[in-house]
Design a binder for this molecule. Structure first.
Ligand SMILES: [Cu+2]
Length: 394
């Protein structure tokens, strides 16, 4: 028993020296958002500790990670009922190197919060859980181990009953391997800024028992926080169930399919059409035209490099690969000016330097929990039957 605990501690000390994990990339209906990584995603703003966990339950960082109270430039639109996929990376700037160290076992959940606008406060009340899983005793697997199986990809279906508007979606990966009475679990969280485009309008009608404040939804002594995943592991059968942290999920009721009504579209924070290239939440736009004008040509070079500087300055932990692509464009224009060939910007095709998804986009974890929409025909038939019945009774 003691030997197991010491082994566990040794393993956890070893893994502390390694990189942890970070939510870097958002997919909507299987499509990576933007062109580079990190578009519409609030990642840790501390590049040197990008993949480090939040360990203070009372910190504002519990909402969207370190620096996550600051909004990013872009909010991605998603259709009602669409599928969001969150990609976690062991090494935030490099895809395909894994999700998290095997030792990092614990629960996983997805939370959301409706915002009045993309810049509204991420901390405080109004958070609800869409889905969560701890320890699956039957499969003898922690939720984190299931995400290792899907290469760090976690998908969730947006319930169609959520009203149109701005939301934060917050995947939460928790590692319990370091937990002692004095040490709290490690939280790996980030937020995606999403606008749900839907014909459903009005209030969220979130039941109070399913609405929580972040920070504040977990306390230091909670059984879900103090659980020791090493104790009794080998000796007790069945193993000790894990009491899932946080509130019960909020599963909004079904809505009538194609119930009509105008779809509310996103009005602020969309990626502009003028963007030639996107890296994270930065976008590059065409340089000023310089036909027949050498001064104009050099101004275009200056403009180009100044945009490149902004790209690097706004670089997120997920990297600046498209800042490099943009720099190649600047070098091209520079060569053009030097050749004294004043015919406007050279013909170039900017090719986004994207990592492919690290594996197949998995099915939504809440697919079986979210009620199917009621087909409109059934609904109107039903209503008319009730109406006929009411008339007969009358
Ligand atoms: Cu770690």
């Amino acid at each position: 028993m003691k030997a197991i605990s010491i082994l566990g501690l040794a393993a956890s000390l070893l893994s502390m020296a390694q990189a942890h994990t970070l939510f870097t990339t958002l997919y909507i209906n299987g499509v990576k958002q933007g062109q580079g990584d990190g578009t519409c995603v609030r990642q840790s703003t501390d590049l040197s500790r990008a993949s480090s966990p939040v360990v203070d339950l009372s910190s504002d960082d519990m909402a969207c990670g370190a620096g996550g109270t600051i909004p990013v430039n872009y909010t991605c639109p998603a259709p009602a009922g669409g599928k969001l996929t969150f990609e976690y990376r062991l090494n935030p700037s490099k895809a395909g190197q894994g999700f998290i160290d095997d030792s990092h076992k614990g629960p996983v959940a997805v939370y959301a919060k409706r915002l009045s606008d993309p810049g509204a406060d991420a901390t405080g009340p109004g958070w609800f859980k869409l889905w969560g899983e701890g320890y699956d005793m039957e499969a003898d697997k922690w939720a984190t181990e299931k995400i290792i199986d899907t290469n760090g990809l976690l998908s969730i279906k947006i319930p169609t009953a959520l009203p149109a508007g701005n939301y934060l979606f917050r995947p939460e990966v928790v590692a319990m391997h370091n937990v002692t009475p004095e040490v709290e679990p490690q939280f790996y969280i980030g937020c995606a800024q999403v606008f749900i485009e839907s014909s459903v309008k009005g209030d969220l009608n979130l039941p109070s028992e399913k609405s929580v404040s972040i920070p504040g939804y977990l306390q230091a002594g909670d059984p879900s926080v103090t659980y020791n995943l090493y104790s009794d592991e080998e000796y007790s059968d069945p193993k000790k169930p894990y009491p899932m942290m946080g509130p019960k999920p909020f599963v909004p009721a079904a809505v009538v399919k194609a119930s009509g009504g105008e779809v509310t579209r996103q009005s602020e924070g969309a990626i502009p059409d003028s963007c030639l290239l996107v890296n994270g939440n930065w976008c590059g736009v065409e340089v000023p035209s310089y036909k027949d004008d050498l001064t104009g040509c050099w101004n275009a070079v200056k403009d180009c490099w100044s945009q490149a500087d902004t790209c690097w300055a706004q670089q997120q932990p997920s990297g600046g690969r498209n800042c490099e692509v943009w720099g190649d464009k600047c070098k091209d224009i520079d060569a053009h000016c030097s050749a004294k060939d004043f015919t406007g910007p050279p013909a170039y095709k900017l090719k986004s330097d994207d990592y492919p998804a690290p594996g197949p986009i998995p099915a939504a974890v809440n697919a079986n929990d979210v009620p199917e929409d009621v087909p409109k025909d059934t609904y109107s038939d039903c209503v008319s039957h009730i109406f006929v019945f009411a008339v007969l009774v009358a």
